[in-house]
Design a protein around this ligand. Sequence first.
Ligand code: GLY
Length: 424
Amino acid sequence: MKIFVFGAGGREHALCRKLKESNKKNIIYSYPSNGGIDCIKENIKFDSIDEALKFIIDNRIDLVVIGPEQYLVDGLVDILEENKIKVFGPKKKYTKLESSKNFAKEFMIKYNIPTSSYKVFFDENELKKNIDLPIVLKYDGLAAGKGVSVCFTEQEVENFCENVFRKKIFGENISVIAEKYLEGKELSVIIALNSKDYFIFPYSQDHKRAFDNNKGPNTGGMGAIASYDLINKNLEEEIKDKIIFRTLNGLISEGFNYIGFIFFGLMITKDGPFVLEYNVRMGDPETQSIMNLLEGDFAEFLLSLINGNLNEKSIRFQDLFAINVVAASKGYPDNYEKNKLIEGINDFGQNEELLSDGVFIYHAGTIKKDQKFYTNGGRVFSLCKNGEDIFQIRNDIYKSFNKVNFEGMFYRKDIGTYTDFNSF
Ligand code: GLY
């Protein structure tokens, strides 16, 4: 099979790895790619999306998988489907579930899906007059994970307003959702679906703040734990009944013929689970941990959903926990330097000793030049391992950080310590 993966992060490295493992004969292509994906994919470089699309159509690629939301929002699925290419991802018109926070909120209210109360504002002064702290402010549009601010102080509201209303860093058309702050623990639930079947992946938990103890600025995610055993059966049933099934019913009622992933960003509170956001893609770094548990033929699984006949038996998940810990560049998520040599990895972007200890390196912001790897982003790579004991996995991963290194590397030391969903 010829498979094309769009994206350049750790999520896409994990997807490429599993799509290659589906069948060693599978040929992987990717754009824009990263150092780790370069070690899996064919050595063909594309300079633009248009060039990649032309290649896919001319070469009748068998399966296209799209990682980041922007390509979905830009309508890549629509273009590929018009050209009779099989692609796993939702059409542009369905991506408003993620790209419009207001649409998502109205959808949740309409279908009785638990979410916190909210107001919409188009004007800074109106917003400031009508909110009580703490409050969650969300720019209503795509903002590369940077459009949400949890504000405990007036200064934090001020900073958000300056960026969004005055500097207009996300664009000219400004609407802001002000949402009641919920106390609890975050949980990521990711499903794959078509208009009649769905499949729930192992539950996962991201760690969004840059530093230990959930301190510091929000990031794209500094590490994730995944397992079906992350939550107990009662919570699992509540999430299925109140959130997943109601969302699926809502999609059917709205006439959405949705094929792709849905990521439910949940807050588990003492009053049960609430939806913070929908995403129309998998999460990063959740995917790295989820994929690390996956066995079987992932390409066959995705194709079966596209073809309207889910083959649940094509994949299975190890009955273990997986943790991945992100190594980031000093200064991330703000300014950081690039082009630092990554020491301790071989020509294939891995470390032999770590591999034999069961630790896999998922590349994110890396670039391969002359058989060496250099940093090329804020989140550089993550170290990932599966096991029965969360404490042991974490220890093994932290020891592994002695073996791979780059100037300015930092990582959180508490990934996987917030897994008690009964205490708040
Ligand atoms: N890890 C959060 C996200 O992918 O949106």
